[in-house]
Design a protein around this ligand. Structure first.
Ligand code: HEM
Length: 437
């Protein structure tokens, strides 16, 4: 009897300790997100910091007018106009990777690629290539220190982060001013054009500070997540040559893959991509098994019950994307990389709304998800049609989950062009990018 009583007390103590640790963990991690967002912007910025989401601070609350603007930025029409530029940036990058005599660090290069895509395509800045390289280094210094404690001492991470942010904001201001003055030679509207124009339409002309903060936050949302998914895509194509071959078959059947590689320079269209069903399955499977973001936060708006536990209104809760994918009963052999699970014959994701959510869910779902999927599809098409690539290490690297999922040593891969002529960066591509973007 005494033992039973002691066991009960010890079980209750363990439960209480667990509850306290989970609550502390939630509170600390949520504070870190808030600090992260606070660190991306200047003190004078009046834009709201979001509650109950790890989402985009520029928008803040769900009813905000900026949400409507963002639906325009990522509309079908807008994506169609970004597509040729995205393809050019990717083709150019793959040529550079293939002409590199050594193996490259895929995760690092994918970060540069997504940064370049955000700067050149999404924001339409025509920053010279050398300056872009320097800006990328400063941006990395900023990202590495975003989570630091707000202790403003010399050499502290916080000080380094703030310094990096100031340099970035200076360069962004210069690029925004140049862009506002020079609209000639542009054949499409980028996200920043739409943001500026639509805010005027809503009678809310944005200040230079808001534009700089908004721009920085847009790069932040797009950069690490898409680089993580791009690296996972390349790793899975390396691990599963049969999947790569099936993808090439599909491209060949659609007339996209020609012997000697894809001759098309920036000619892909959205409807061509939506006709590639196996490609869609491959991207979905990469995002299921290697979801870049672990989860998100929500504030409970109404008390509810879950599995017999009452969750009170006002509480902060965290949902896990990774655990959801790992435990969803709809997926057979959850740990196996099997794109066909999303094919017409099996459609494992068709039952239930919340089993598959690499981009989150509900009203705060990822606003850039269509752009991200588009980017990944173009990358896969270009890899399959123009590149041969081999793992440069004996074994595949270990994966770590923070701050986003990525291989520990970055994934070392040697790229070769399918056609040796394609290993050169074509001067026309450079010229086209610098005039139109
Ligand atoms: C593979 C790449 C990406 C992944 C896995 C991803 C994932 C996510 C996730 C999980 C969220 C949080 C949703 C929630 O709180 O439930 C989110 C939010 C967001 N993402 Fe993405 N994202 C990706 C790429 C992008 C890109 C390219 C952009 C555009 C520039 C973008 C813009 C945003 C924005 C604006 C939000 C905040 C939405 C809000 O709070 O209302 N994301 N993303």
């Amino acid at each position: 009897m005494l033992f039973e009583g002691l066991e009960l007390v010890s079980a209750l103590a363990t439960l209480a300790a667990c509850l306290v640790s989970v609550t502390l963990l939630l509170a600390v991690s949520q504070q870190l997100w808030q600090l992260r967002w606070a660190a991306t912007r200047d003190k004078s910025c009046k834009l709201p910091i979001p509650k109950g989401s790890m989402g985009f601070p520029l928008i803040g609350e769900t009813g905000h007018w900026l949400l409507q603007v963002f639906s325009k930025i990522f509309s079908h029409e807008a994506l169609e106009s970004y597509l040729p530029k995205i393809q050019l940036v990717i083709q150019d990058t793959l040529r550079a990777w293939s002409s590199h005599p050594e193996a490259i660090n895929v995760y690092q290069e994918a970060q540069k690629l997504t940064f370049r895509m955000a700067i050149r395509v999404l924001l339409g800045f025509s920053i010279p290539e050398e300056d872009l390289g320097h800006l990328f280094e400063v941006y990395q210094q900023f990202v590495e220190n975003v989570f630091s404690l707000p202790v403003d001492l010399p050499f502290s991470g916080y000080r380094r982060g703030i310094q990096a942010r100031q340099i970035l904001q200076k360069s962004l201001e210069k690029a925004i001013r140049e862009k506002l003055q020079c609209t000639q030679g542009k054949d499409y509207s980028d996200a920043l054009d739409i943001l500026i124009e639509s805010s005027k339409e809503h009678g809310k002309e944005m200040t230079m500070q808001e534009l700089k903060d908004g721009t920085l936050e847009l790069i932040f949302a797009a950069y690490a997540t898409t680089a993580s998914a791009s690296t996972s895509l390349i790793m899975q194509l390396l691990k599963h040559p049969a999947v790569l071959e099936k993808l090439r078959e599909e491209l060949r059947a659609q007339g996209i893959l020609h012997s000697g590689g894809c001759p098309c320079e920036g000619t892909l269209r959205l409807d061509t991509l939506s006709g590639l069903h196996y490609l869609d399955c491959v991207i979905k499977e990469v995002m299921r098994l290697f979801t870049p973001v672990s989860g998100g936060y929500r504030t409970v708006l109404q008390t509810f019950e879950l599995d017999g536990f009452q969750i009170p209104k006002g509480w902060s809760v965290m949902y896990s994307i990774r655990d959801t994918h790992d435990t969803a009963p709809v997926f057979k052999d959850v740990n196996v990389f099997d794109p066909d699970r999303f094919g017409q014959a099996r459609s494992e994701d068709k039952d239930g709304r919340f089993h598959y959510l690499p981009f989150g869910g509900g009203v705060r779902t990822c606003l850039g998800k269509h752009l991200a999927k588009l980017f990944l599809k173009v990358l896969a098409v270009e890899l399959a049609s123009t590149s041969r690539f081999e793992l440069a290490t004996r074994t595949f690297p270990r994966i770590t989950l923070v701050p986003v999922l990525h291989p520990v040593d970055g994934l070392s891969v040697k790229f070769f062009g399918l056609d040796s002529n394609q290993n050169k960066i074509l001067p026309e591509t450079e010229a086209m990018l610098s005039t139109t973007v």
